[in-house]
Design a protein around this ligand. Structure first.
Ligand code: PRP
Ligand code: URA
Length: 209
């Protein structure tokens, strides 16, 4: 079973409170989502392998460490996942970016796929699937299904707010995927929104409320 890491670092908790607050406007919301994504990228990359490399400092030759292993691709689930991309790229600037368009039908709550554009070498990359919200888990599971169908097999899922229902559904569907979330909230309401949550992440990021 994949691991679930709740990143309750004080800076992340503080920033999450800002974006949960309904009085936070679009511009500030977008900035803080990116700031949290940047902090999460630091932790998500903790197990990246390193190798020895010989360099010369201004004083002597020395063996030091550099990143090795798989290259990374960041895969935002549209729309709201886009809000996390720049923050992630700040720490992992060489990553490629693939896009998966997925929206929840408001009646059925089922995810509908409408766009997929990925780097050609996803099977060789460590994929970081990003979406601020893991609610029922339908969108995350469908996005990861779409990636695996195209050859991906090394996947981490990174979100800001997760519901217990979404974690369970994602773990059951994709037990090989580690989940990183900034917060684990209480539950879903009858419309599939996370409580206490932060509302509709896409609408708050793009001002479409
Ligand atoms: C939101 C969110 C997730 C999904 C989570 O997207 O960004 O993708 O809902 O819900 P789930 O876990 O129940 O699938 P939404 O469908 O509102 O689309 P948007 O990002 O375009 O606003
Ligand atoms: N999608 C959102 O944007 N917010 C929720 O609370 C649930 C799904």
């Amino acid at each position: 079973m994949g691991t679930v890491q709740v990143m309750n670092h004080p800076l992340i908790q503080h920033k999450l409170t800002i974006i949960r607050d309904k009085s936070t406007g679009t511009k500030y919301f977008r900035e803080v989502v990116n700031e949290i994504a940047r902090l999460m990228a630091y932790e998500v990359s903790r197990d990246m392998p390193v190798e020895d490399v010989e360099i010369e400092t201004p004083l002597i030759k020395s063996v030091q460490k550099q990143l090795s292993g798989k290259k990374v691709a960041i895969i935002p689930i549209l729309r709201a996942g886009l809000g996390m991309v720049d923050g992630m790229l700040d720490l992992i600037p060489a990553a490629k970016v693939g896009h998966i368009g997925m929206y929840r039908d408001h009646e059925t709550m089922e995810p509908v796929e409408y766009f997929v554009k990925l780097p050609s070498d996803i099977s060789e990359r460590q994929l970081l699937v990003v979406d601020p919200m893991l609610a029922t888990g339908g969108s995350a599971v469908a996005a990861i299904d779409a990636l695996k169908k195209r050859g991906a097999h090394s996947i981490k899922f990174v979100c800001l707010v997760a519901a217990p229902e979404g974690i369970k559904f994602l773990q059951e569907a994709h037990p090989d995927v580690d989940i990183y979330t900034a917060a684990l909230d209480e539950k879903l309401n009858e419309k599939g929104y996370i409580l206490p949550g932060l509302g509709d992440a896409g609408d708050r990021l793009f001002g479409t409320l």
